[in-house]
Design a protein around this ligand. Structure first.
Ligand code: NAD
Length: 311
């Protein structure tokens, strides 16, 4: 395809995503504030630029994969940011795949809808924005098997689909601006709560004398069966090739889970909604991070409920 893609944020996830786009034949230009990261790309012959604004000058589509809301706002609205040239934009499509709160996605979408295109494009009269956060961690990013949850105009989603499917296996349209971010933070809040529920129940079971492997067999053909029990079991030794099998290394860190719960709780309070289990989960994950587990997989919460008896 002849689409020029500007990719900003070449971290654990973004670097793989950008490389998958290159492999799919897109002309990709990249930017990151980390010069070492940029050098790896320029060494491989992938053009690099020193600011988001410069990237936008040679791109039709922009993809951002940044740590959090503040970074995304900086890349869009900061000095030499994507929108720094007075509202006349080169790119016609902006896709933010960072995990951010829906309010941030909606703000940027609104900012972009107020801009115009420097040149009218066949596919778009106005610049469009999608929030398209992902599920699947670094291995899925590397293998091009991410799932994208997409919010924004449906025509933008349809135009973006081939690009998204060069980095992922699935793209699901979630509705208007911000709804991709809504889907992402709600999924992760439910995942945190179910992981804590499974952990607490298994810790109780052990304290009452049942073997974790037997309880797993029961739960997995009973009504408490869920991803945390049948695919990502938090009890060491029950399942092979999951983080609990290898001292909770690898996987989805407690730090990222804390970040996502923070976003969910901030978004909830933004609309005056209370999430008692979500806020309890956030407290537990904050404590796990403070206790030195921030780089351990989030299923290490099991140890928290097991009262540290094994340590
Ligand atoms: P990361 O911290 O590894 O990478 C972020 C990159 O952005 C870094 O290279 C950093 O230098 C760059 N950056 C920061 N500020 C910048 C700026 N102003 N301009 C340009 N570049 C800037 O993060 P990651 O693990 O790749 O995650 C990216 C996003 O994806 C996060 O929102 C995260 O929550 C989400 N996510 C991560 C995972 C995961 O397993 N790592 C899974 C799903 C979603």
């Amino acid at each position: 395809d002849n689409i020029n893609v500007g990719f900003i944020g070449l971290g654990n996830m973004g670097a793989h995503m950008a490389r998958n786009l290159v492999m799919a034949g897109y002309k990709v230009t990249v930017h990151d504030i980390n010069e070492n990261t940029m050098k790896k790309f320029s060494d491989d012959g992938i053009p690099t630029k020193h600011s988001p604004l410069e990237v936008s000058e040679s791109s039709d589509v922009i993809i951002t994969m940044l740590p959090s809301s503040a970074h995304v706002l900086d890349v869009y609205n900061g000095r030499n940011g994507l929108l720094a040239n007075g509202g006349h934009l080169g790119p016609w499509l902006y896709i933010d795949s960072s995990t951010v709160d829906p309010q941030t996605s909606r703000k940027i979408s609104m900012d972009i809808s107020r801009c115009t295109l420097k040149e009218k494009k066949a596919y778009a009269e106005k610049p469009m924005m999608l929030d398209a956060p992902v599920s699947g961690g670094v291995p899925a990013a590397e293998a091009g098997k991410l799932t994208f949850m997409v919010g924004g105009l449906e025509e933008a989603y349809l135009a973006a689909k081939p690009l998204l499917l060069s980095m992922g296996k699935k793209a699901i349209y979630c509705g208007g601006p911000g709804n991709g971010s809504v889907a992402k933070i709600c999924n992760n809040m439910a995942m945190a709560i179910s992981m804590l529920g499974v952990s607490e129940a298994f810790a109780l079971g052990q304290n009452l004398g049942i073997k974790a492997s037997v309880l797993t067999d029961i739960v997995n053909c009973s009504s408490a069966r869920c991803w945390s029990s049948d695919t990502y079991n938090p009890v060491p030794g029950v399942m092979m090739d999951v983080p609990s099998w290898r001292n909770y290394d690898g996987g989805f860190t407690s730090k990222l889970m804390t970040k996502d719960l923070d976003l969910a709780m901030a978004s909830a309070s933004g609309v005056g909604f209370k999430c008692p289990f979500g806020s309890q989960a956030l407290e537990i994950y904050r404590k796990l991070c403070a206790d030195g587990c921030e780089l351990k997989d989030f299923s290490c919460a099991f140890r928290h409920y097991y009262a540290g008896k094994d340590e």
